[in-house]
Every structure is written in C-alpha cells, then in structure tokens.
Ligand binder design. Structure first.
Ligand code: PGA
Length: 249
C-alpha cells in the first residue's frame, strides 16, 4: 500500500556514542501517519534496533551483499541482517553505483536475492548531471529501472519502495525543483503502469532524495507523486529530521 515514508540514510557517519545519542534524540519524533526509517552503519544496526524496540522507527540497512555466504571479505549477507531483525535495505544508492562499481547486473542480483529472502527494499535510481544537462534523464532512469526492478514479477512489488535521487542533488545543496521531482515521479509511475498495471503503479511509494532539508521539504512533498523522502545530511540532526517528518504527517 502507498505510504508516506521518511527514511534517514546516515551513510558512513556516527560512531557508537554518536549513534546512541542521535537515537535518543529521535525518540521524541512526531511521526503521525508517516513511516520513519533510519539506516545507521552496519556495526550499529543491532544496538539501534534494540534501543528503538518500543518506538515506531524502523531500522534498515544501507546495503547488502547478494551472495548467501562465503569468502567475500568485508561483506554482509541477507541472512546476517535477518538474524538481527532487519527486514528492509537500501539497494542501488548512487554512492554504491559510483564508488563501488555496482552496475545494473549486480543490482538486479541484489534486488532478486533480497526479495526472494522475504526482505523489503528501497531501490534507488537517478541520473547524473551530464545526463540531466543533455536531456537524457528520462531515458537513463527508464533504463535503470528496466534493467532491474521492472524485470520482476508483479507480486514482488509489494515489497518495493522506490527512491528517485538525482545524483547532481545528493549532498550538493542543490535540490531538484518540486516540478522536476513531480515530473520524474509521474514518469516512473507511468513506466510501472505500462509494465504491470495501475494497481501496482498507484500502490508504490516513490521517495525523493537529494538535499532535502526543512526549508524545502514542504514544497517537494506537497507534490502528488512524491510519497516522502530519503534524507542524507539532514537526517544527522534530530531537529531537522523531525521537521522533515512533520511536513509529511
Ligand atoms: P543528501 O543525501 O540528503 O545529503 O543529499 C541523500 C541521499 O544520499 O540519500
């Protein structure tokens, strides 16, 4: 079912003390009607989950490896996440694509294995500046989706959340205009509708990510096809994160 979602992607920030203290601050969130998620770094997922046991904040992971186990030094498997109660993961964040060479082939493997294992995913996609400037953004996004999630069967979409994150807006302070976000979200919904049907496209939550902050959240989230946000920098400050959530409630 289409939901309002605000997810905080903490990336490679916060040590143990900082993680615990930010979680303490998040306990006072006003999140009526909004699903709130946070993605701390791997070493702190378990403690974050324990600390939030009695709160309506889902702890999710930033990444997962597609193989079930074995000699993959430094990686974390789906079963490892499940064994500590994590049931949702980001897949395909642009930083994974850019710095860790995760291409559509690897990402499709990750998507398939994670969904097969009964987990939920937030699948990220988005064009870079060059593609936007040369007006190729719709084709690029369509391609990213056709090579991955649009290959799945209809039933899988019950466990998918999408996040449109134009690379040029991530961590840059530059945000897509509300119109640019709406236009792309609507385009993506149409692609889903064409591939499956309207019942799927209308039930999917599509988040926007890229320099969302309290000052611009309202305008972006008021757009009809924007169902919330994936928040990086502003999720590291409880007061900012709370403001962004309040806009959605
Ligand atoms: P940002 O990051 O809000 O700092 O731009 C968003 C993201 O990478 O998910």
């Amino acid at each position: 079912m289409r939901k309002k979602i605000v997810a905080g992607n903490w990336k490679m920030n916060n040590d143990l003390d900082q993680t615990m203290s930010l979680i303490e601050d998040l306990k006072n969130l006003e999140s009526k009607g909004v699903c709130v998620m946070i993605a701390p770094a791997f070493p702190f997922l378990k403690i974050s989950k324990d600390l939030l046991e009695d709160y309506q904040i889902e702890v999710i992971s930033q990444n997962v490896h597609q193989k079930s186990k074995g000699a993959y030094t430094g990686e974390v498997s789906i079963d490892m996440l499940k064994s500590i109660g994590i049931s949702t993961t980001l897949i395909g964040h642009s930083e994974r694509r850019a710095y860790f060479n995760e291409d559509d082939i690897v990402l499709f493997e990750k998507v398939r294995c994670t969904l097969d294992a009964g987990m939920n995913i937030i699948f990220c996609f988005g064009e870079d500046l060059k593609d936007r400037k040369s007006n190729k953004h719709f084709d690029i996004v369509k391609n990213q989706l056709e090579n991955t999630v649009l290959k799945l069967k209809k039933e899988s979409w019950e466990n998918i959340i999408l996040a449109y994150e134009p690379v040029w807006a991530i961590g840059t302070g530059e945000t897509a205009s509300p119109e640019q976000a709406q236009e792309m979200h609507q385009y993506v919904r149409n692609c889903i509708s064409k591939c499956y049907d309207e019942s799927v496209s209308e039930s999917i939550s599509i988040l926007y990510g890229g320099s969302v902050k309290p000052s611009n959240a309202n305008e972006i989230f008021s757009k009809k096809d924007v169902d919330g946000g994936l928040i990086g920098g502003a999720a590291l400050l409880a007061s900012d994160f709370n403001e962004i959530i309040k806009v959605n409630s």
